[in-house]
Design a protein around this ligand. Structure first.
Ligand SMILES: NC(=O)c1ccc[n+]([C@@H]2O[C@H](COP(=O)([O-])OP(=O)(O)OC[C@H]3O[C@@H](n4cnc5c(N)ncnc54)[C@H](O)[C@@H]3O)[C@@H](O)[C@H]2O)c1
Ligand SMILES: [Zn+2]
Length: 369
């Protein structure tokens, strides 16, 4: 088991990483569940896989879970579901000092976190992340959001959880494709600022996907520690440090938009290709050797992941992808900051990228040349 502190000035909290944390949920919540009734929000997939374990863990300590089981998928992060969830929490009589449990991937975590942020001007919530992506990324750092007709995550709040319990056992029921997609975000920490961790991923990525318990614990704990450090330095993305976590995301979001946020391309899959594009674009700008960019692509391919834009078979051109980027919420006074690389583990924010040049670069990548 590993315990990582997220040292945000006025509200520090812990992320606990280990196998079997849900089965021992009540002691692991450390006295935070102060009433008999415990409101818990999840989706149908997670409920089917882990509902009984959580139910037994709560009842075994005299608690009564009050479940809200939502439809899986991105569409759940909507105004309608937010309103219905907040009304449901009010009907449950949730008070500010109570803790709401979010059991699921990033969709459940983002929606529940946002509901907690606005319920009675902010009540507590505990993240119980059940995807690799949620364990290494979305459950930590306090970004919560829903999607609107204008785009993804455009409405939300910074609201930190009181505790995160990342139970590695849940990864056993996660579909393999989701596991691989989450793995892209693990590799991201290496590429941002930790070349040694990227090498570790090259050696151990296969074992991680295959289910090696010690390797999984190290990967999640190391990723969380990296994110915790960045979030503690720049909670609200004001100084720029936190923006490094967007490596591969400007390219990736454009690909997600172009594929309609559909199952054609999962978020992590888009980020893997996006990181390769960021690396190749950096090489194109002669910021880093193109061999390093190819090294990254090679690793994803070895892991059975798509790393090439041309592999998506999109029918659009580079300009269309740049058009999607212009809707990015990172747009700032007409410029779009890109995370580029001086090498593996040497990412930085570049605010002077010329979008015309990016469009030309993407045309070549789309053609696979
Ligand atoms: N807040 C942040 O900082 C942040 C960061 C990154 C991503 N996000 C958000 O996270 C969301 C994506 O999250 P995600 O990738 O976890 O997807 P998700 O929540 O949609 O989960 C993926 C799928 O796996 C299923 N599932 C989850 N856990 C399972 C388990 N243990 N066993 C079996 N099935 C399981 C879910 O039902 C769903 O079908 C996006 O909405 C994205 O915007 C937020
Ligand atoms: Zn991401």
């Amino acid at each position: 088991m590993a315990i990582i502190s997220v040292n945000i000035a006025d509200r520090p909290y812990e992320v606990i990483v280990g196998a079997g944390l849900l089965a021992d949920l009540v002691p692991n919540c450390g006295g935070r569940l102060r009433k008999r009734e415990v409101p818990i929000i999840t989706d149908t997939h997670v409920h089917a896989a882990w509902g009984e374990v959580v139910e037994a863990a709560l009842r075994g300590h005299g608690h009564e879970p009050h479940w809200r089981v939502l439809q899986p998928g991105e569409r759940t992060k909507s105004w309608n579901e937010l309103a219905a969830t907040v009304d449901w929490l009010l009907a449950q009589g949730v008070e500010r000092g109570d803790h709401i449990l979010a059991l699921g991937g990033g969709v459940i975590g983002d929606l529940t976190g946002f509901a907690a942020a606005i319920l009675k001007r902010g009540c507590h919530f505990i993240q119980l992340p059940t995807t690799l992506l949620a364990q290494v990324d979305s459950s930590v750092g306090g970004k919560t959001a829903i999607n609107t007709a204008a785009g993804k995550n455009l409405v939300g709040a910074f609201h930190q959880p009181s505790l995160v319990l990342a139970d590695l056992a849940v990864l056993d029921t996660l579909p393999e494709r989701e596991l691989r997609a989450g793995y892209a975000e693990v590799v991201k920490y290496g590429l941002i600022g930790d070349a040694q961790f990227f090498s570790w991923c090259e050696t151990n990525g296969g074992a991680l996907l295959a289910g090696d318990a010690a390797i999984r614990e190290y990967a999640v704990a190391h990723s969380v520690a990296h994110k915790a450090q960045i979030v503690a330095e720049d909670e609200r993305e004001t100084t720029g440090t936190r923006a490094l976590l967007n490596l591969g995301h400007t390219f990736g979001h454009a690909l997600e938009a172009e594929t309609g946020y559909s199952s054609q391309l999962l978020h992590g899959e888009a980020v893997a290709i996006g990181m390769v594009l960021a690396a190749r674009y950096s090489a194109h700008r002669e910021l880093m050797p193109s061999a390093s960019a190819e090294h990254i692509s090679h690793h994803f391919q070895t892991m059975g992941m798509r790393s090439e834009l041309a592999q998506l078979g999109l029918s659009c051109d580079g300009q269309a992808l740049v058009g999607h980027m212009l809707h990015d919420k990172k747009m700032d006074a007409g410029t779009l900051p890109f995370v580029l690389m001086h090498g593996i583990g040497k990412s930085y924010i570049d605010r002077e990228v010329e979008l015309e040049d990016v469009a030309r670069f993407l045309d070549k990548e789309l053609a696979g040349t």
